[in-house]
Design a protein around this ligand. Structure first.
Ligand SMILES: [Zn+2]
Length: 248
């Protein structure tokens, strides 16, 4: 946000205070690190890592389905007061206050849910999803040379210096054209058994993205849930590391 200033809760609080941001009505969009921070929560690897609900890290990594209360700004105040007054701000007790260790920087009514204020960062999520699946899943499975045929076939280039990052729009293209990896013969023959779950995962994710972030309401919640379950099952079958779920 500001060059050479560390991204900490204290600095963000100061910055938001200086510009008096709470005096206007706005929605907030950022990556998860900052969304957690501005809502007074610990990091994405803490005991309760989701900024939007009170699911635990253990539950998140278990592949099971949980339906958790959505966090509201009122919950946040209650959790912080507990951390402050009862646990005397001892960080190791953060897990007993749903990982809430600071007051949320935003001043919202108690019944406002965090997801209403802090928009789910679509492009950031896509980027994490594709890069994780490709570099931690497909690449070790197929070997570098074979794996790199996939982005080549989809006419995608990696972005950073080491060529190890697909940026947001390239990731969108991955999802939209994942079927080509099968039809154009990239993930066939020997690799097929292993590669196909990835194509299914990309296709399923594509449907989820269209349902969640499109401009029209395309489906019922039950169809979305079915796709989420399918995606979890496919990723589990493909042996993709569970840490991926910390971001979804
Ligand atoms: Zn959640």
């Amino acid at each position: 946000m500001v060059p050479n200033i560390k991204e900490t809760y204290e600095n963000l609080n100061l910055l938001f205070d200086l510009v008096k941001i709470n005096k206007i009505s706005f929605k907030f969009l950022s990556d998860f690190k900052i969304i957690l921070m501005v809502n007074g929560l610990q990091t994405a690897t803490s005991s309760y890592p989701c900024p939007y609900c009170c699911i635990s890290l253990k539950e998140l990594r278990s592949y099971s389905e949980y339906h958790k209360e959505l966090r509201s700004y009122g919950d946040n105040t209650l959790h912080f007061n507990k951390f402050d007054l009862i646990f005397e701000k001892k960080l190791k007790r953060g897990n007993e206050s749903f990982s809430t260790i600071n007051k949320a920087i935003f001043k919202e009514e108690d019944d406002v849910k965090i997801f209403k204020k802090c928009i789910i960062p679509e492009l950031y999520l896509l980027q994490r999803f594709i890069n994780h699946l490709f570099f931690k899943g497909l690449l070790p499975l197929l070997g570098k040379e074979n794996a790199l045929k996939c982005p080549k076939q989809l006419h995608l280039v990696t972005k950073n210096y080491q060529g190890e990052l697909f940026e947001g729009n390239a990731c969108r293209k991955w999802l939209k054209n994942a079927e080509d990896l099968k039809s154009k013969g990239i993930l066939v023959n020997l690799e097929e058994v292993y590669g196909i779950p990835f194509v299914v995962a990309f296709n399923t994710m594509n449907r989820i993205v269209e349902k969640c972030f499109g401009s029209k309401l395309l489906c019922t919640l039950s169809k979305l849930k079915a796709d989420m379950s399918l995606l979890k099952a496919v990723l589990k079958g493909a042996g993709v590391s569970q840490t991926l779920w910390s971001i979804l």
